[in-house]
Design a protein. Structure first.
Ligand code: S3P
Length: 170
């Protein structure tokens, strides 16, 4: 029996692995909508992510993240959904993703991640010594993305090649 493909692809992965860039490319190639968890969190709350962390802590942010993820995934239309790097930390969120979408993990080396995130000061979890924070969080999350249906190691690949690898596997 042939697998009935999901009409949603969820991109998971650590901060700076290229989820937003790849979601744009896939959306263009498949002609599907592009939904972005972090953008949607800022839209519905009317606040920047850093302000949500400052006012309500990480726990407050995670509550909104789950509500937003639910609404994005339960929508019926085809879409590429880019998630924040910590959306996978909740068991509930992981089940939601697996139930509604083909889940694709993007992996990148610590060096590559640090290079991508260091010039962007908007991430509350990377305040201070960003390189040190990346190493600590990567260690804490080393198996957090293993539940994906498909994983792409982006090392040495262009964004176009990453998108092609995903399209071929879909
Ligand atoms: C987070 C990743 C961020 C954002 C928030 C928390 C995390 O998204 O959701 O700052 O816990 O890894 P990106 O992965 O898009 O940077």
């Amino acid at each position: 029996m042939e697998r009935q493909p999901f009409n949603k692809i969820v991109l998971i992965g650590f901060m700076g692995t290229g989820k937003s860039t790849i979601s744009r490319l896939l959306s263009g190639r498949l002609g599907w909508a592009r939904l972005d968890g972090d953008e949607e969190i800022e839209r519905v709350s009317g606040k920047r992510i850093s302000d949500i962390f400052a006012a309500d802590g990480e726990a407050g942010f995670r509550r909104i993240e789950t509500t937003v993820l639910e609404s994005l995934l339960k929508d019926e239309s085809p879409a590429i959904v880019a998630t924040g790097g910590g959306a996978v930390l909740s068991e509930y969120n992981r089940s939601l993703m697996l139930d509604h979408a083909w889940v694709v993990a993007l992996k990148a080396s610590p060096e590559h991640i640090i290079e991508r995130v260091k010039s962007d000061s908007s991430r509350p979890l990377l305040q201070g010594d960003a390189a040190e924070r990346v190493h600590t969080l990567l260690e804490q999350r080393k198996h957090a993305y293993d539940f994906a249906h498909f994983t792409v190691d982006t090392t040495g690949l262009t964004a176009e090649q990453v998108a092609s690898a995903i399209m071929e596997a879909y």
